[in-house]
Design a protein. Structure first.
Length: 395
C-alpha cells in the first residue's frame, strides 16, 4: 500500500471513529459536562473565599461543589475530592478569576493549543503537523477530556514540550517537566528517562522547579496544606476507601485490571509494582540507546500508562499521542507486519474502557505491551542500520 493510500485509509477510519466517539461521549456526559473542571474551579474559589483549609476535606468540598453548581448539574455528584499536590492549584488560580464556563473553555482551548504546538516539535513537515493536530482533536480520549473539563491536554503539552526541547534547551526542558509533577502518577518514569539519557541539567532544573513550586504554595496556602495532602496520600481513611471504589477501580490501571480479575488488594498492588518495574526497564532501554527521540517518547508515554497506579480514560490521550508519534515515523520509513493494527487499537482504546463497563478493556494492557514491543523493535532496527552505516563509512 502506498504512503498516500495508507494515510487516506487511516484518516477515514480514525475520522469516523473520532466523530463517533465525540457523539458518544457528548451524550454519555450530558447533564454533568465539566464535572472535573468543577473540582478545579471549586478549589480556586475556596482559595479566593478564604476557605483553603477545606481543600483536602473531600466530603465538605464536594458538598460545596454541588451547592455551587446545582443549577448546572442534572443531579448531585458523588465524592469528588481534590487530590492534587497543593502547588497544582497555582496553575489554576488565574482561571478562578473568571466565570465558570468561560474559564473552563479558555483552559481547554489554551492547553489543547499548547499540546498541538508541542507535538509539532516532532513533525518534519506540514503533513505531519496536520496528522498530529487531527489526531489530538479526534482521539477518543480528547473527547473525554473536553466533556469532563480535565487537564490532560496540559499534562501532554508539558511532557511533549519538555522532551521536545531536551536536546537544545535542557534547563527549559527540565523546568517544563518539573511543572508536570502536578500529576505525579504520570511523572513516575520521567526521572528514569532523564537519568538513562544522562540529562543531568534537565533533572536538576526539574528539581529546582518543583522546589520553587513547593515554596510558593507554602507561601500562599501554608504548611498545613502539605500536611493534609501527605496524610491523605499515605494514611488509610474512609475518604480513600470511598474514592477507591468510585474512581480508582473505575480506571484502567494495572491495579484496577487485577482487582477486576479477582486479585486481592495486596496482589493487585504487587501486580501494579511489577508492571511499573517492567515499564521502567523498557524506558531505560530506549533512553540508553541512540534511537530517535520520537520513538523514545512513544515508549515513555505508553509505559507511563502501565506504571501509573491510577489512570482514567482521559489519561489515555498519552496512548493516542504515542500511537501518532509511531505512525508518523512508520509513515516515513514504512510499516512492518501488524504494526498499523496495533497503532489503531491503541489510539482507539479509550472506547473499550473502563473495564468495569466494557470487559474487553481488560485486553488494553496487552495492546500497550504489543505497541511498546513494536516501537522497541523498530528502534533496534534503526540502531543497527545506523551502526552498519557508520561501519561502512569507517571502512
Amino acid at each position: 500500500m502506498s504512503k498516500q493510500r495508507n494515510l487516506a485509509v487511516v484518516a477515514l477510519l480514525c475520522g469516523a471513529i473520532g466523530v463517533a466517539a465525540w457523539a458518544f461521549y457528548v451524550k454519555v456526559f450530558g447533564g454533568i459536562y465539566g464535572e472535573d473542571w468543577m473540582v478545579y474551579f471549586n478549589a480556586t474559589r475556596l482559595y479566593f473565599e478564604g476557605q483553603a483549609p477545606l481543600l483536602y476535606d473531600g466530603v465538605r468540598a464536594t458538598a460545596i461543589l454541588n451547592a455551587r453548581f446545582a443549577a448546572w448539574l442534572a443531579h448531585p455528584l458523588p465524592l469528588h475530592p481534590w487530590l492534587y499536590p497543593p502547588y497544582a492549584l497555582l496553575l489554576l488560580l488565574p482561571f478562578g478569576t473568571l466565570p465558570f464556563a468561560p474559564a473552563g473553555i479558555l483552559f481547554l482551548a489554551l492547553s489543547f493549543a499548547a499540546a498541538v504546538v508541542a507535538a509539532w516539535r516532532f513533525a518534519a513537515d506540514g503533513t505531519e503537523r496536520a496528522i498530529h493536530a487531527a489526531s489530538l482533536l479526534l482521539c477518543p480520549a480528547a473527547a473525554i477530556t473536553v466533556c469532563l473539563g480535565q487537564n490532560t491536554f496540559l499534562t501532554c503539552a508539558l511532557l511533549l514540550a519538555g522532551f521536545g526541547t531536551l536536546r537544545r534547551q535542557p534547563v527549559l526542558a527540565g523546568a517544563l517537566l518539573g511543572l508536570a509533577t502536578y500529576k505525579p502518577q504520570l511523572w513516575l518514569l520521567v526521572p528514569v528517562a532523564l537519568i538513562a539519557d544522562r540529562q543531568w541539567r534537565a533533572l536538576v532544573s526539574a528539581g529546582v522547579a518543583v522546589l520553587l513550586l513547593v515554596g510558593l504554595s507554602v507561601m500562599l496556602l501554608g504548611v498545613e496544606s502539605w500536611r493534609a495532602w501527605i496524610v491523605l496520600m499515605t494514611q488509610p481513611s474512609a475518604l480513600y476507601d470511598q474514592w477507591r471504589v468510585l474512581a480508582r477501580l473505575n480506571g484502567q490501571s494495572i491495579y484496577a485490571y487485577a482487582t477486576l480479575l479477582g486479585a486481592s488488594v495486596a496482589l493487585a498492588n504487587f501486580t501494579q509494582a511489577l508492571a511499573a518495574i517492567a515499564a521502567a526497564i523498557c524506558v531505560w532501554w530506549c533512553y540508553r540507546r541512540p534511537i530517535p527521540d520520537d520513538l523514545r517518547l512513544a515508549v515513555l508515554l505508553a509505559a507511563t500508562m502501565l506504571a501509573a497506579p491510577h489512570v482514567i480514560d482521559y489519561d489515555a490521550l498519552l496512548l493516542g499521542i504515542a500511537a501518532t508519534l509511531f505512525f508518523v515515523r512508520a509513515q516515513r520509513d514504512g510499516f512492518h507486519f501488524g504494526e498499523l493494527t496495533v497503532v489503531l487499537l491503541l489510539w482507539a482504546s479509550p472506547l473499550a474502557n473502563p473495564p468495569t463497563v466494557f470487559r474487553v478493556g481488560l485486553l488494553t494492557p496487552l495492546v500497550v505491551a504489543l505497541f511498546i514491543g513494536c516501537v522497541m523493535r523498530r528502534g533496534r532496527r534503526i540502531q543497527a542500520h545506523t551502526a552498519a552505516g557508520g561501519a561502512l563509512k569507517a571502512a
